[in-house]
Write a protein that binds this ligand. Sequence first.
Ligand code: PEP
Length: 250
Amino acid sequence: MRKNIVAGNWKMNKIFPEGIELIKEIKEKSKELQNVKLIVAPPYIFLNEAGTILSDKQIGLGAQNCSNKINGAYTGEISPEMLTSTNTEYVILGHSERRTYYNETDELINEKIKICIDNRLKPIICCGEVLQEREDNKHFDVIEKQIHGMLKDISEEQIDDIIIAYEPVWAIGTGKTASSEQAQEMHQFIRNIVSKLYNNETANNISILYGGSCKPTNAKELFSNPDVDGGLIGGASLKANDFIEIAKSF
Ligand code: PEP
């Protein structure tokens, strides 16, 4: 059966000592949690130290991106193999901020997914429509295209390592949250796509997270939906108490 997951995407926030303190605080406070897998995705340079602090793997460690190349002359890039060598187990791919500011396409994200899985990294793959697309009633088409593009030639075996995050772009960092009905409707739609591409069992086993201004005050309602298996949390993951409160919402 699929897992309940709460993953924190720290984005480009915190300096090194603050980040390490936050990881220690989250680790301490997470001891009271049951029935939910926590993942933290700090900036790259925190991963090595975080990998040591979280070496018992009770909390999963994730990166926010990685290269689509194995190794070589790619200045400034970080390879999947480098990430696994620091105890990093997960990687967020295709976040809307990477799509918007760094022109990442479904094709590039698909390349990254393949190379990550080859290197034992579990991708958290993001999809989401912008406000105009929702207002034009194109949100289902947009999500279907993104999922198909990202999962191109991904085998039934490989999909088992993937987590999907639905993150309506209009809800990210804006304080606007998708309603519980909007989230459930889209998550069910995504699960149906996975079922058509693979099979029912795969669709039932895949965790689909909601992201977009999720906080302690709205997490319970969002997570109570049958197809919402947790959250990808931005802003609220930067405070240990809020992050843990969200994780307690199951
Ligand atoms: C995110 O960026 O993945 C996100 C969901 O951000 P926020 O929770 O701040 O809206």
